[in-house]
Write a protein that binds this ligand. Structure first.
Ligand SMILES: [Zn+2]
Ligand SMILES: [Zn+2]
Length: 161
């Protein structure tokens, strides 16, 4: 990964998170899935991030693209609303992967203690919709990059290639 050069291990996929399904909203409660991921986190890994196809929510919001433990071990990202098809548009795999990557970097940033950024190009900028995601880049601004490097140093993870 270019913007966060740490090794990635892909874990086997798990069952759909039925325990988090809310029949009234017909969506999945993000925090419950996050808790599940926290509990299955192995200390042999630095962070664990889940990717799901189901649509996520938290009670105060209509939907969320993802959720993370701030300065914690785990995060979750949903691809549901990152697909063009969701908006009745023609599928675009490249765009989907790009959005997913940005959201993964964003949530991972939170797990390393990073908070939201005012700079519209920084990956830590809060995006409420895909237009916002498309506007920002997958990279951390200088300030957030410094914070990330310091955090990785603290964890004794060498940053860079
Ligand atoms: Zn965020
Ligand atoms: Zn930033």
């Amino acid at each position: 990964m270019d913007t966060l050069p740490v090794p990635v291990r892909v874990l086997p996929s798990i069952e759909s998170p039925v325990y988090a399904f809310d029949p009234d909203r017909k969506q999945y409660y993000s925090t419950k899935i996050l808790r599940y991921i926290v509990n299955s986190h192995s200390d042999s890994a630095l962070r664990t991030i889940g990717i799901t196809a189901v649509d996520l929510f938290i009670p105060i919001l209509t939907y969320v693209f993802g959720e993370a433990q701030l300065d914690g071990k785990a995060a979750i990202v949903s691809g549901a609303r990152l697909k063009q098809e969701y908006y009745g548009l023609k599928p675009d795999k490249r765009l989907y992967v790009e959005r997913l990557f940005k959201e993964l970097m964003h949530e991972l940033g939170h797990t390393f203690g990073l908070t939201h950024c005012d700079l519209s190009y920084c990956v830590m900028h809060l995006s409420n919709n895909v237009i916002g995601i498309d506007k920002k880049t997958a990279a951390f601004c200088e300030n957030h990059k410094d914070q990330l490097i310091n955090k990785l140093k603290e964890l004794e993870i060498p940053y860079g290639k």
